[in-house]
Every structure is written in C-alpha cells, then in structure tokens.
Ligand binder design. Sequence first.
Ligand SMILES: Cc1cc2nc3c(=O)[nH]c(=O)nc-3n(C[C@H](O)[C@H](O)[C@H](O)COP(=O)(O)OP(=O)(O)OC[C@H]3O[C@@H](n4cnc5c(N)ncnc54)[C@H](O)[C@@H]3O)c2cc1C
Length: 437
Amino acid sequence: MPHCSVIGAGLAGCEAALWLAGRGVQVTLYEQKPLRFSPAHKSAGFAELVCSNSLKAERPDSASGLLKLEMRALGSRLLPCAESARVAAGGALAVDRDRFSAAVTAQVEAEPNITVVRREVTAIDESAPLLVASGPLTEGALAGAIAALAGGQELSFYDAVAPIVTAESLDYGRIFAASRYGRGEADYLNCPFNKEEYEAFHAALIAAERAPQHAADAGLTVYEGCMPIEVMAARGADTIRFGPLRPVGLRDPRTGHRPWANVQLRAENAGRTLYNLVGFQTNLKWGEQKRVFSMIPGLEHAEFVRYGVMHRNTFLNAPAVLTPELCLKDHPNVFFAGQITGFEGYMESAASGLLAARALWARLTGQAYAPPPENTMCGALLAYITTPNKDFQPMGANMGILPRPAAVQAIRDKRERYLALSQAARAAMADWAQLLN
Ligand SMILES: Cc1cc2nc3c(=O)[nH]c(=O)nc-3n(C[C@H](O)[C@H](O)[C@H](O)COP(=O)(O)OP(=O)(O)OC[C@H]3O[C@@H](n4cnc5c(N)ncnc54)[C@H](O)[C@@H]3O)c2cc1C
C-alpha cells in the first residue's frame, strides 16, 4: 500500500490527508500542536480557524460559492464538517470554529489509514513523496528547510498588501489610462482627484478605524517602503500627495489639467481583469477600506476581490519554484498545499489540499496527472500561482481570474455573466474529477 507524510494538520493538510487516506494511502500526519503553537493558533484541534469564522459565500454565482461546489466535486471532507458546525450568517457559510475543528479532528482520528504524530517537524526527508502544509506562520527549522530547498531566497515574508479591485467594476468615465510623462505604454489606470475630493478623502482616511494588530504580528517591523497608507497620511495633509498619490507627469483628459492628487492602479494579472491600488498597503478594517477607498474617483462602485492586510505571511515564490502539480521544480518529491503556496483563504487552502493530494496520488500510483482546466476556479488559482509574476502575492478565489470567452463577456448583466462562468467551471470540474474515477 502506498505511503506518504503530510506536515501540518491545518485546513490544507487535513483535507489532503483525508482524501489520500480515502484512496487507500497510508498517511502519517505530523502536527506540532499542542507541543508548539504559532502566535495565532490557540487550540490543540485540527483545521483551526485563526481569525474570522466565515468560510464566505455559497451562492453559485459567487467566486467562493463556485469554489465550494468544485471542492464538493473533488470529494472535500472538510465541507461536510463545516456544514455540521454551521451558524446563521445570511448567504455565507460561517461556522462555530470549535465545533468545526472538533468535527475535522474526529474524522482524521477515526480514519484507519491516518497515523497522527504530534511533533514539530524540523527537516524535510525527500526520499519519498511528501506534502508540506504547514501554513503561513511556518517558522523556525522547518521554514529554514523549506527556504533551502526552494533556493534560499524563494520564501517570502510579506507583511503589507494593497487591495485589489476588478477592472469591470471601475468607472472609466472618470479613470484614464496613462503612464507618467507619457513614458512607455499607458500601463496605469489613473484616478484623478480635485482639491475638494482629495481633502475629503484624506480626512476619512486618517479617521478610519484600523484593525487591531494580531498577536502574530507583535514586533512586526514595517519597512518605510511598506508603510500603511493611513499611517503615511497621518504625517501631514500633503504627505501622500507627494508620495503614492503624486500627480506629476499626468494630465486628466477630462479637464486638460494636472490632477490635484492621483491614485494609480496597476494590472494584477496578464489579462488585466484585476488591478491593485499602488502604494495602498493598509491595516484598515475591511469595511473601512470599502467605505474610504470607494471615495477615490472612479472607484465608487469598485468590487474589492481582496482587501489590504498586514500580517506575517510566509509563502513560496510559487511562480518561480512550483509546478502545476504543486511540487518543487527542483525537488519533485516535495509537494506543497495551503496558504504557503499562495492560495489565499481558508477554503482556498483546503482546495489546494485536494489538488496536491490528487497530484501526489497520481505520483504514488504511477498515473498521469494533468492540472484542472483553467476555466475552473481551482484551475484558475493554480494557473495564477504558477504563472511568471515578478510581484507575486497570494490570491483568493475571485471571478476576475477566470478566463472570459467572448460569448460570456457579451452578457451585460453581471450576475448572469458570473452564473455563466460558474456553470462552465462546474461542468469542466465535473469532467476533471471524473478522470480519476
Ligand atoms: C493571522 C492570520 C489571519 C488569517 N485570517 C483569515 C481569515 O479570517 N479568513 C481567511 O479566509 N483566511 C485567513 N487567513 C489566511 C489562511 O486562510 C489561513 O492562514 C489558513 O489557516 C491557512 O490554511 P493552511 O492549511 O495553509 O495553514 P494552517 O491552517 O495554519 O495549518 C498549518 C498547520 O501546520 C502546523 N505546523 C506548522 N509548522 C509545523 C511543523 N514544523 N511541524 C508540524 N506541524 C506544523 C500548524 O500547527 C497548523 O496546525 C489568515 C492568516 C493569518 C496568518
């Protein structure tokens, strides 16, 4: 009977271990709790939700809902656990985190093909295929071992991320494409402020509510280049106007003048369906980000697919080091799953556990493996993290990363458009899931 090790009994590790065990693989699952806790983990149970208790939307026309439907097609064992621990949350799947963790722990412990070993793993034995799912707070000897395998510099520790919006939600009546001084292509989208708009925005920004700093981040050093926009704004009325919001080298085609201040949006993906707010790394609460950043001209109805965050987040430079099988290019026995790969979010982490488990299973049983089609949410996320990107940052499920056939793009109603994308993705995922059977 094939055997493999899984390091970390978090969301990705449990999902992968249960899936592999269900196919007859003997799994040794290593978990450091309760001998050692990261600053964010508090309980001895598996699949601990360290922050929010929401697993996000369930509607099939939403990115998170689509992801869950695909996970079901792939045989997720965590979703039924989540349902058993559900708490009321409108259209979202939110859980009682203790009951959810208890349900997952019980499933893992009841699985005869899984042996749980409670100890901290400090080295990686690549003599046989194994799965690393130690999460974004991986530290110490294991972090060192991963960094060494991934080429030393290829393990990132980012602490500041700017929000991302969808291209289709922007108001192009206000926004104009241009690079400063007309250099090169018109690579940026520009959101021009007049004086009154800027003053109102600045006042809202410095008064907005900030997220409490997580214990995991105690002692976090913020580099000057990564300073939160609200901290910079608080230094003076014009500080950001001479910093990330400087209008120099730009002319607003609507007025013919240089704007008073200007926010630039930079393409986040090759298809230019997503844009990040340049220089807007922030620690504001998510609701406050939506409220205040929607005051930026042209972003009044912006759809935020990712909010800015500031916390320690250890992840691989996946485009440089990972294959679509989720193993290291130079160490093919070492597979990865979870947030450490750049799949961002609870359900995304679990979904990547399912993908890595399938690839690992194919390797163990000598079968051919092809990644899921790119028009599925899982396939699009996988393509995102393995496509060359010099400013790679983790990415969660969102409709902006799905390829758009012309027929879908022509659908005017956004909900209908998303439903069409979702239907195509589910059909493609059903076929892909069937391949294994
Ligand atoms: C502070 C913080 C807050 C977050 N909040 C949210 C949120 O609200 N919503 C959301 O969707 N996402 C959130 N995320 C992102 C992400 O979804 C979670 O981190 C998620 O838990 C990642 O799942 P994972 O399986 O990759 O890692 P984890 O769930 O962290 O699991 C990793 C497991 O590996 C174990 N482990 C680590 N090192 C070793 C070792 N050396 N030996 C043995 N075991 C080890 C850990 O104890 C842990 O049980 C947050 C991330 C952080 C850091």
